[in-house]
Design a protein around this ligand. Structure first.
Ligand SMILES: Nc1ncnc2c1ncn2[C@@H]1O[C@H](COP(=O)(O)OP(=O)(O)O)[C@@H](O)[C@H]1O
Ligand SMILES: [Mg+2]
Length: 306
């Protein structure tokens, strides 16, 4: 809330890492501001998990710098880790014989908070992730999707300003994946900087903002000066719009934004002009390339890269 989306809470510069003679990362930069979602895309073996382990201080970079909330992760990983929640792809750290609540309270104690506070935080986070019915159930009985949400609850336990998520939707059915994605977007909307990895290149979700479906070339606009490039039939892809942008809505075919909800400027203007729009995607301008053909489904809140 009230977070400045332009200041980077997570700042990684020129990160490199190899294993033996295999160079896995070289010169990787990533800056993520409060309230933003940054998606790292790549097939298996691309180095996504390695990069996230470096961001979270679990693995040292060989070159480059990472800071989280102004703390140098390489120099003080323990301090940095208090500001970063990590949702690992394969989470085998829960105790199957105790409840979800007891598991989270245990991790809270490891972060150094008192049991009463740990239990209170754990209970709240379990509700946030939709596990209120399973608070007292043994984790061994949780489904795969429930375990994923428990991992999310643990990553959020200490209200970190940065959340790092490794393939959260892996192995989930479409409904389970949608729940995790919706949850992630609402966490970002509260001001958390989110890094997300995925192997799925094609689909970007946002808020259903203005009904209708349209296909066309994406025009990725990063500054006001660039809006003169928009041609009739183009689909505007931008971080955020404001009232000075209103005239372009007369010629474009649809709109997609990174920031904003269903009552944002882009959503309201798109409805006024009858253009399909998806807003608050978190990552459209980083994932969609200028000129790429996309489909915007404003009723479902889904943008597909064709
Ligand atoms: N601890 C390690 N020791 C040796 N090689 C590793 C280690 N961790 C990752 N790798 C290698 O680094 C490459 C990138 O792995 P990873 O970061 O897990 O990719 P991704 O998460 O994108 O699938 C792979 O070739 C993997 O085998
Ligand atoms: Mg991985």
């Amino acid at each position: 809330m009230g977070a400045n989306p332009l200041s980077a809470v997570l700042d990684a510069r020129d990160v490199s890492r190899s294993f033996g003679d295999k160079q896995v990362l070289s010169g990787v930069d990533l800056q993520v501001g409060a309230g933003r979602i940054s998606a790292l895309l790549g097939p298996n073996g691309a180095g996504k998990t390695t990069f996230l382990r470096i961001l979270t201080g679990l693995l040292l970079a060989e070159g480059g710098h990472v800071s989280v909330a102004g703390i140098d992760v390489g120099r003080d990983p323990m301090a940095a880790r208090r500001h970063i929640g990590f949702f690992p792809s394969a989470d085998r750290t829960f105790y199957n014989r105790i409840s979800g609540l007891e598991n989270l309270a245990f991790f809270g104690r490891m972060y150094g908070i008192r049991r009463q506070e740990a239990l209170a935080r754990a209970g709240k986070r379990l509700v946030d992730v939709g596990l209120s019915d399973a608070v007292d159930q043994r984790v061994g009985l949780y489904s795969h999707g429930m375990q994923k949400r428990l991992s999310m609850a643990r990553a959020l336990l200490m209200d970190p300003p940065v959340l790092v998520i490794d393939e959260a939707t892996d192995g989930l059915d479409p409904e389970g994946a949608r729940r995790v994605q919706d949850l992630t977007r609402s966490i970002a909307a509260d001001g958390t900087a989110v890094v997300w990895t995925t192997q799925r290149l094609d689909e970007i979700r946002g808020f259903a903002a203005s009904n209708g479906v349209v296909e066309g070339p994406a025009r990725v606009v990063k500054s006001v000066e660039e809006i003169s490039r928009l041609q009739p039939g183009d689909i505007l892809v931008c971080q955020v719009t404001n009232p000075t942008w209103a005239p372009i809505f007369q010629k474009i075919a649809g709109a997609v934004s990174d920031i904003g909800g269903s009552m944002s400027h882009a959503a309201i203007v798109a409805r006024e002009y009858g253009l399909p729009a998806v807003v608050g995607t978190g990552s459209a301008t980083t994932r969609i390339k200028d000129g790429q053909r996309i489909r915007v489904d404003g009723g479902r809140g889904v943008v597909t890269i064709l």
